[in-house]
Ligand binder design. Structure first.
Ligand SMILES: *Cc1c(COP(=O)(O)O)cnc(C)c1O
Length: 399
């Protein structure tokens, strides 16, 4: 079965729901059993970790299991567990894999709330975190200790866009008995196949492209068979459960993810290429552009690119950057990404980075290219640049 067909069929069982195409929203806490025999049988099936066997709402119902089944299939993992947010998925995966006295290697490009969870929360419970250079590749071996249990990767970083050599890192990790945990949100289940590249546990902030419409929050952890019991147990021990309405939205989003992503991809490359040629732009950070330092690795390992990239402006007075952003009509000013709408957000990694100095002085902006017409988006950015110039020139005159 080809992937587009999988996207349409995965996790769907219309015969169980009177033939309706979409798995319905199943609401429920208590699950009733018809007899002691049925109860005993369900408990046995649950203890045997049979997919879909649930004795209580917190362990999921048909709506949850449909999404878990679909994402496990698309990512190429053994099983998936849904969480109420992407960060909850990151936190639960790490909690399940780490104990007091363990050591984690975390990429310097990681989503900063994940770094906060490891350093603030896991740190309090005796887990030590070392931040490593995302470009370490097999050189990561130098940072491995006897108690290193997890190497956490995120490729590309969702602000700074370094592409990591995941297969090289995974080879080193496995040689030393450590697991590779990946935040695969940018790659999505379609554009990066984590388990073909040595990843043991893959995380999706489903809030982004899987939901795809900026109207729900969800996370999903997908594992290989070896890691699955630990992730499943962590989810249960932490009492993590997501609402069926949000899961329904994720299932609905999933079915069209391929066509949406192909459009986001095409439009983002078009806008990024236009930006790269602009006189006020210092650098565009987009792995699918040949100018990107990780372009060759991206071509080797990824099957596509999404709508998220960054641009660094040439140094400008702050008021000029403000004028640029405020002049935009179609780019909303806000965090998150993966929805149908275009977004822009300024960021400054210089204070967070510990392995290398952020090399740029100009303002960095993260763009999400939505499904609007690219002519309108480029006209919008041109308006922004004109407003920026105007403020910069009037400040220069006044000085
Ligand atoms: C948004 C995001 C998350 C967290 O997802 P939430 O659903 O917002 O908690 C994790 N990783 C990356 C790369 C993200 O962009």
């Amino acid at each position: 079965m080809k992937e587009n067909t999988q996207l349409v069929t995965a996790g769907r069982h219309p015969e169980r729901f009177g033939g309706v195409v979409n798995t319905p929203v199943v609401r429920g806490s208590t699950v009733l059993h018809g007899s002691m025999a049925e109860w005993e049988d369900k408990k046995r099936r649950r203890a045997a970790d049979e997919a879909g066997a649930s004795t209580y709402g917190r362990f999921g119902n048909a709506t949850h299991h449909a999404l878990e089944e679909a994402v496990a299939e698309l990512e190429g993992g053994y099983r998936s567990q849904v969480f109420p947010s992407g960060l909850a998925a990151c936190a639960a995966a790490l909690t399940g894999l780490l104990s007091a006295g363990d050591h984690v290697l975390l990429t310097d490009s990681a989503y900063s709330p994940t770094r906060g969870f490891l350093t603030r929360v896991m740190g309090r419970f005796g887990v030590e975190t070392t931040i490593y250079d995302p470009l370490a590749g097999e050189g990561i071996e130098a940072f491995i200790r006897p108690n290193t249990k997890v190497i956490y990767v995120e490729s590309p970083g969702s602000e700074t866009f370094e592409i990591q050599d995941i297969p090289a890192i995974a080879t080193v990790a496995h040689r030393h008995g450590a697991r590779v945990v990946m935040d695969n949100t940018w790659g999505t289940p379609l554009f990066f196949k984590p388990f073909e590249h040595g990843v043991d546990v893959s995380i999706q902030a489903a809030t982004k492209y899987i939901v795809g419409h900026s109207d729900a929050m969800l996370g999903i952890v997908t594992c290989n068979q070896e890691a699955w019991p630990l992730i499943r147990q962590a989810a249960q021990d932490l009492g993590q459960t997501a609402g069926p309405d949000d899961i329904y939205l994720a299932l609905r989003g999933l079915r069209t993810m391929s066509v949406r992503l192909r459009q986001h991809e095409k439009a983002a490359i078009e806008v990024a290429t236009w930006l790269e040629a602009h006189a006020d732009v210092e650098r565009v950070l987009h792995p699918a552009l040949p100018s990107h330092p990780g372009h060759e690795l991206w071509k080797r390992d990824f099957l596509g690119s999404c709508g998220l990239f960054a641009v660094v402006l040439k140094p400008q007075p702050k008021a000029a950057v403000t004028a640029f952003i405020d002049a935009l009509q179609y780019f909303g000013l806000g965090v998150s990404w993966g929805g149908f709408e275009s977004l822009i957000i300024p960021f400054d990694p210089s204070g967070d980075r510990v392995t290398a100095r952020w090399p740029f002085d100009g303002q960095a902006l993260r763009l999400h290219i939505g499904l609007e017409d690219t002519c309108d988006l480029i006209a919008d950015l041109s308006r922004g640049f004109a407003a920026m110039r105007q403020v910069a020139e009037s400040q220069a005159l006044a000085a």
